[in-house]
Design a protein around this ligand. Sequence first.
Ligand SMILES: *Cc1c(COP(=O)(O)O)cnc(C)c1O
Length: 242
Amino acid sequence: MEKFIPDEKRLRLVEDNYKAIRERVENAALKAGRNPNDVRLMAVTKTVESAYINKALALGCNLIGENRVQEYLSKKDELHLNGVEKHLIGHLQTNKVRQIVGEVDMIESVDSYKLAKEINRVSAVKGIVTNILIEVNIGREESKSGVFAEQLEQLLFQTAELDSIKVKGLMTIPPICSDEKEINQYFSTMYATFIDIKDKKIDNIDMDILSMGMSGDFEVAVANGSNIVRVGSAIFGERKYF
Ligand SMILES: *Cc1c(COP(=O)(O)O)cnc(C)c1O
């Protein structure tokens, strides 16, 4: 394989972008009366070559998110991952669970009991406990994965019984919205759902993490209680799919 030579201009762009986004996340937290340390900035690395990811990591980024199992596994040896938390954020098929369990610190995209059971089974075999988030389809879109809000509680009670996974909170990807008021509505509904579940104090379920907000809407998400924002293109530039 030919050696990949990173583009100097893009490396500088990643640096400028990362610093700017970091600052915007902090300011959004302050504006919402929140402690900036309570909001984590995840660099979403799908389709991004390792050199650019390493640039963000060198700037202090300590959380990355990948969508595809295969892509993550093929890149991870090139990444400077010491002290960096890795999350799987893309849809996960049960037949890929075996490959990813133990490779990431959290699977954010659990949306069925079948998937939870398989992650639990593989985790038990490997002698580990896997942290997960339940993905909620807040906009009830056919095209998206995630459970509907009214199915959430049942799934939580079911997963609470599984000893080798630990639910840490919720994740969502809202519909594409044309205006800020609309996106604000989805995020505030999501936050209300999160607090509602948290208040129920279900045994063996932690409601600590609310993962929501992407490049176009992370400030609105922070204003609505998100504590992980998942930002890809605003850091690394537009994605090229290949
Ligand atoms: C790609 C992706 C993101 C980041 O999207 P951007 O708009 O590029 O910031 C966040 N979350 C998930 C689940 C994604 O697949």
